[in-house]
Ligand binder design. Structure first.
Ligand code: WAQ
Ligand code: MG
Length: 254
């Protein structure tokens, strides 16, 4: 038996931060404490509520996948970074006009009244139409983690090449689950943390491509867009509910 732990921190009903892990019983207390701290020490706004949900997950229900290969593109400016992201998304068949719509949305804050969302925007990759059922919440990828051994291995490699950050580990997990589905054409992610300016574009064919300077330092808005090719039916349920563990990593390039 494993346990899914989900944390969400909010202030006046608005999303502040969240986290999700899928762990063995032995590590539950430690991971629970680390997720609580993540909520309490949210970088920008102090939350006035932290919710933690713990559900048991049957081992037989878990699917194992491989992490995406990781690349890093260093850029000198936000303009250059956006151009790099646009090129990669174009290689994945997404028109410039749709990419621009996604960038504008994340820059302005994708939630109602320009707030950050807890989850991701689902965008039709051809029409740019928003498809997530709840536009205030979005779709939150959950029940995703690494096996203990794979997490340790990944951290070791990231530290070795000097790009270790907990965010990288978390984001690679989310992107690997999202791109494991055929409905996903690509993902675009920009942190909502004003001090974290590296974002990424991910797809099965391009891998997880970190792009430095994808947003201006000090900008408090961000989010995720999942570009999809079919109407999401089972897709959302899979991303939110199906337990997935990453048991292998691929190439890691600093
Ligand atoms: N599922 C769906 N959407 C999510 C999830 C999730 N599990 N976690 C976060 N989001 C959305 C939500 O709208 C957040 O506001 C937004 O993404 C940004 O989340 O390689 O730190 O946790 O150097 O601020 C990427 C680059 C860092 C890491 C991303 O995102 C690297 C980051 P944050
Ligand atoms: Mg954040």
């Amino acid at each position: 038996m494993k346990y899914s732990i989900r944390m969400r921190a909010s202030a006046e009903g608005l999303h502040v931060s969240g986290g999700e892990r899928l762990v063995d019983e032995e590590s539950l207390p430690e991971i629970l404490a680390s997720l609580l701290w993540k909520g309490i020490r949210s970088p920008v706004i102090s939350p006035d509520q932290i919710h933690v949900t713990i559900d048991p997950v049957e081992e037989e229900a878990i699917t194992c996948i491989k992490a995406l290969p990781l690349y890093t593109r260093r850029t000198g400016s936000t303009e250059e970074a956006r151009a790099v992201a646009k090129d990669i998304l174009k290689e994945n068949g997404i028109k410039e006009e749709i990419v621009e719509r996604a960038f504008r949305l994340l820059h302005d804050g994708p939630g109602p009244e320009g707030n950050n969302m807890r989850g991701a925007v689902i965008m039709d990759s051809l029409s740019g139409e928003r498809l997530e059922p709840d536009r205030a919440r979005g779709v939150r990828v959950s029940r995703i983690d690494y096996t203990l051994e794979t997490r340790e291995n990944l951290i070791k490699v990231l530290k070795h090449i000097g790009i270790y950050h907990e965010r990288v580990v978390d984001a690679l997990a989310v992107a690997s689950k999202v791109t494991s589905r055929d409905e996903t054409v690509a993902e675009l992610c920009i942190s909502d943390d004003p001090s974290y300016t590296t974002g990424y574009v991910a797809s099965r064919r391009s891998g997880y491509v970190r792009i430095t300077n994808l947003k201006e330092k000090g900008h408090p808005k961000g989010g995720r867009v999942f570009f999809v090719r079919f109407r999401p039916g089972e897709y959302i349920n899979y991303l939110e509910k199906t337990p997935v563990l990453i048991d292998r990593i691929d190439m890691i390039h600093g």
